[in-house]
Design a protein around this ligand. Structure first.
Ligand code: DQA
Length: 156
């Protein structure tokens, strides 16, 4: 008889990537770097595991799908790392969803949005995030998960 699948250990956290981040590695590599989304997600899973977390990684190009994932996180996850991408600058609805679920939130941007076009300088999400990390490239996700682990430890 085959063994049943081992349960995934670790505290579940959601890593949510927004529109166009499925094209990481191909998309403006001089701005966003050469790492693919699969590479970033692997980094998230290994960093999470090193801190006793389990990263559940999702990406969508659709605002409503991102909002549904945030709602699901209310019962399925203990914290959220989110790169809302273009929706950072436009979506009151993503911001409201994060406020509604009241989980620890770390917002990540690969690029330094403050050094770019003025329309990128404001993120609706930052007002409901515990922490904002930008300009560290894909390493920002490792920083975000390390910090989320600390936030969860502090809230225990
Ligand atoms: C981004 C920055 C946003 O302004 C942009 O729309 C993105 C990616 C970043 O990771 O640097 O899609 O969130």
């Amino acid at each position: 008889m085959p063994n049943p699948p081992a349960p995934h250990p670790g505290v579940p956290v959601l890593v949510l990537n927004g529109p166009n981040l499925d094209l990481l590695g191909l998309r403006e590599p001089e701005v966003y770097g050469k790492d693919t989304l699969a590479g970033v997600e692997a980094l998230c899973r290994s960093t999470a595991a090193a801190h006793g977390l389990r990263a559940d990684c999702r990406q969508s190009n659709h605002e409503g799908v991102l909002i549904d994932a945030i709602h699901e996180a209310r019962t399925a996850h203990r914290g959220i790392v989110i790169n809302p991408a273009g929706y950072s600058h436009t979506s009151v609805a993503v911001r409201d969803a994060l406020a509604a679920v009241a989980l620890p939130v770390v917002e990540v941007h690969l690029s330094n949005i403050h050094r770019r076009e003025p329309f990128r300088h404001h993120s609706h999400v930052s007002a409901v995030a515990d922490t904002v990390i930008c300009g560290a490239g894909s390493h920002g996700y490792a920083l975000a998960l390390t910090h989320l682990a600390q936030l969860l430890e502090a809230n225990r």
